[in-house]
Design a protein around this ligand. Structure first.
Ligand SMILES: Cc1cc2nc3c(=O)[nH]c(=O)nc-3n(C[C@H](O)[C@H](O)[C@H](O)COP(=O)(O)OP(=O)(O)OC[C@H]3O[C@@H](n4cnc5c(N)ncnc54)[C@H](O)[C@@H]3O)c2cc1C
Length: 378
């Protein structure tokens, strides 16, 4: 189903049980989880975009399969025929490229996702299960007229309509737009930023992901359906000095890589450099009175981990249980368990991330690596 046919599914519903802000993996997983475990709840998903701009975040590890199965969308996912990826190679901590073949992994191959198509697939699954999906819809303002228990939220939308709801899910991604409005504080652990280019493909090299560290950060490339994505990741202040927003300077830096430039040497870069935040963040408070944050809005990881999408799906599943318990039984225990899960997973991630960063010692005096090594020693 394309965006136009999604738009036609709008019913004239003014009151609902749950409004989900954001139709990325986290928002869609929350909607699917609520739909299958609490089918009597009315859900509305608001998505600000029409899924018409390029999105990044392509590597889906094999561990996603049980999550997609749990959400009831594995067969649909298989039918989409995303590109299977059988290996990952990294020049990390040493100059040669070391290949890790998933043949030897119990879970098997992962996938390279054309991200916009994957997110569209998810939201179509949500709409097909009877959730009202409104695309290109922005929240203008929100009020909670009285602070008495079970008081409805009043949402004023950009199309001049209003919605009333018992519960709001913030699945707006790293910006955590709603949670921050509710007083949630974003804890920021670094300022990693991705500078991304898509390249045309002229040949069909091995589809595995390739990662290469350099003095000021690291690069990655992945093969998508009709192009290759290439990203340079560094801290925002270092990026300013390197002039990475400028296409020519980005291309000049690419030429200094050993492996990445060789892979894309015959490709042609398309359009301008896309700039995306890629830093590690966590909300100090992931739920409050009849609201909850999920996915990157709750906690965001360095793309090096390739865990962002599976984390979004997993947290969406747990969020569905916790919200359903509060709305159907008045039981809030699930919400506090959910908050502990987000915090515990973030701590594991931070430990693993710091250990991985210390494996790269070739430029330990450079600002980028020094920052990461010092944090590990602290
Ligand atoms: C360069 C880069 C590479 C990455 N690579 C990988 C990877 O290889 N593997 C991996 O697993 N993860 C990767 N990630 C991380 C991954 O993309 C995210 O963790 C994942 O997309 C989080 O899903 P989400 O649904 O929480 O947020 P998002 O995917 O950001 O979705 C948020 C949605 O909310 C919408 N929205 C925003 N504001 C509003 C609003 N006010 N109202 C309504 N809708 C709104 C947005 O349009 C969007 O659809 C990468 C990230 C970056 C930056």
């Amino acid at each position: 189903m394309q965006c136009d046919s999604l738009k036609r599914r709008i019913f004239s519903l003014n009151t609902c049980d749950v409004v989900i802000l954001g139709g990325g993996p986290a928002g869609c997983a929350t909607a699917l989880s609520l739909r299958s475990h609490f089918p009597s709840l009315n859900l509305v998903l608001l998505e600000v975009s029409a899924y018409d701009k390029p999105r990044v975040g392509e590597v889906l590890p094999a561990i996603a399969r049980p999550l997609l199965t749990h959400l009831g969308i594995w067969e649909g996912f298989e039918a989409e025929q995303f590109r299977a990826v059988h290996s990952q190679s990294a020049a990390w901590g040493q100059p040669s490229l070391i290949e890790n073949h998933f043949l030897y992994s119990a879970r098997g191959a992962g996938w390279h996702l054309a991200r916009t198509r994957f997110d569209q697939f998810l939201v179509e699954q949500v709409a097909q299960r009877g959730v009202e999906v409104r695309l290109q819809t922005r929240l203008v303002s929100i009020t909670q007229p009285n602070s008495t228990p079970n008081q409805l939220w009043h949402l004023h939308l950009c199309d001049h309509t209003q919605l009333q709801t018992c519960f709001i899910v913030d699945a707006t991604g790293r910006r955590a737009t709603f949670a921050r409005q509710m007083g949630g504080r974003l804890l920021v652990f670094d300022h990693l930023t991705a500078f991304v280019h898509f390249f045309t493909i002229t040949n069909n090299p091995s589809p595995g992901t390739v990662i290469e560290a350099f003095r000021d950060g690291w690069w990655y490339t992945a093969l998508l359906e009709n192009c290759r994505v290439v990203a340079c990741l560094t801290d925002s202040d270092i990026a300013r000095k390197l002039g990475l927003k400028d296409r020519d300077r980005w291309l000049a830096l690419l030429q200094q890589t050993s492996w990445i430039q060789a892979i894309v040497k015959d490709g042609v870069p398309q359009g301008e450099v896309l700039v995306r935040p890629a830093n590690s963040t966590r909300l100090d408070q992931v739920y409050g009175d009849h609201w909850l944050a999920v996915g990157d809005a709750a906690s965001a990881y360095d793309p090096l981990s390739s865990q962002g999408i599976t984390k979004a799906l997993r947290l969406g599943i747990f969020a569905g249980y916790a919200i359903g318990d509060q709305l159907s039984k008045g039981d809030t225990a699930g919400l506090s368990k959910y908050a502990s899960l987000v915090q515990r997973e973030f701590e594991y991630y931070r430990q693993a991330h710091m250990q991985y960063s210390t494996q790269e010692q070739r430029w330990s005096q450079s600002q980028f690596w020094r920052r990461r090594h010092e944090r590990f020693q602290a």
